[in-house]
Design a binder for this molecule. Structure first.
Ligand SMILES: Nc1ncnc2c1ncn2[C@@H]1O[C@H](COP(=O)(O)OP(=O)(O)O)[C@@H](O)[C@H]1O
Ligand SMILES: [Mg+2]
Length: 78
């Protein structure tokens, strides 16, 4: 099982589509690099993954649990 699975992650700020359906998987101990020009959405993606901002849609599955669902204990997860 993947440690982290990101499925079709979308983030919009007003009308601006910043993340247009990100899919990524990470297994325990694995490292991945996020590269891209300034303003392409790297920080927005990372903020979504730790729930500093709420994704517009999509799933973030951490250890088998969708952490975007309502009522999730964010502090416990962190
Ligand atoms: N809170 C916000 N409100 C509106 N637009 C934002 C906000 N945060 C980021 N953006 C916009 O989202 C885009 C991606 O920004 P960001 O994720 O910071 O890019 P990167 O980290 O790749 O440089 C940029 O166009 C930025 O202006
Ligand atoms: Mg950044």
């Amino acid at each position: 099982m993947a440690l982290l699975e990101v499925k079709n992650l979308v983030k919009k700020f007003d009308d601006k589509d910043v993340l247009k359906g990100i899919n990524v998987e990470l297994s325990e101990g694995q490292s991945k690099v996020v590269m891209g020009g300034s303003g392409c959405g790297k920080s927005t993606m990372l903020r979504c993954l730790n729930l500093l901002i709420q994704p517009t849609s999509g799933e973030i599955i951490f250890k088998g649990e969708d952490i975007t669902r309502p009522g999730v204990d964010v502090r416990k997860l962190r």
